[in-house]
Design a protein. Sequence first.
Length: 427
Amino acid sequence: MHPQPGNIYWKSDRVNTLRDDGTATEQDAAALRAALVDQLRAHDELRTAPVIQAFATVPREAFAPGAPLAQVYNRDDVVITKRDENGLATSSVSAPRIQAMMLEQADIQPGMRVLEIGSGGYNAALIAELVGTGGHVTTVDIDPFVTNRATEFLAQTGYTQIRVLRADAEGGVPAHAPFDRIIVTAGAWDIPPAWAEQLAEGGLLVVPLRMRGLTRSVALVREQGRLVSRGYVLCGFVPILGAGANAERLVLLSGEDVALRVDGDQVVDADALSDALSLPRVVRESGVEVGGFESFDELDLFLATALDDFGLLVATPDAIESGLVQRSARMGAKTALAGGSFAYRASQATSDDRTPFEFVVYGHGRDGEAVAEEYVALIREWDRLHRHGPGARIEVFPAGTPDAEIGEGRLIEKNHTRVLISWPSPS
């Protein structure tokens, strides 16, 4: 399945176009590819032999021509391939660690039929390595720029058996269904009925699903008329285009320096929250510490589940340096909203090297103290009950499913589905 010396990719004129500084060679790329595999394995992002072999085989640089090899083979780096008129990325080659984790989630076996939603070429080539000569890979994208590139690069690297289609993936690809696996490589706000309908019995859907502003790559299996999570990982993707598009909204609180990111249909009192930002703030310490390499993105998902109104506070470096908001707003501080008041989480160092650190909550507005106290109570609840637990259970029901058929938890209403997030207690 992997490229052979006779393929166009290996011709000297093709190799020359990959040289980012005039000195990079095919051997340089191979060395960086091997180093990337080692890094992904060390971080437990590559775990199984077939996925490891796929990453060691497919030439990632061939799908990102012109990008420096150091960027192409950086574990965390995204290679942007297209931007819109505002400079926002609309297509990219995703970070290797995200692709690795999603393929591990998908558990693709030889001979499977796989649909990839969101093309680019590289990930489809990895999938082709996993399904082998007896499998079938279909990759679809709405943008002809993307499908043209994917077609070109796949041909140049020898993966001519992959079917590349241009279409709005909201309807899936019924002509080639059913699929044993459907892997979505663009951020999705909802799950269209076609995706579930075109999934074979016992099949798996892996999708970066946005839930209350947070995105997780969720592995979902069909179970008694609904989709049930087998696990999820933190991720970030450019949003899906076409009929399934659902953009986030930016609510300005202090010019363009401080804003809230919320879902498009979320009701927010922007004027009241702007006024709250100008009022004296309250600070509440949680007494909960984290440190070292411990991840706390589970806390973020728990807060998004537990809070009745939730958003992400973002700010410019100038607003942070001025002390108007804390540093956590640089990447999107997880924020509790309550009418005209809000509270968000930051951190406070407990030692000179800033490890470990304590969660601290900042409250703004007339009810800022009460909102901050509620926030702190939830941090402590997560620490006590869920910090070392099994994580959330995510279930996706068709729209119109009666409440009586849905269990307890945070129910998120979408156009096609009702998403339930619950938190089982540790056994």
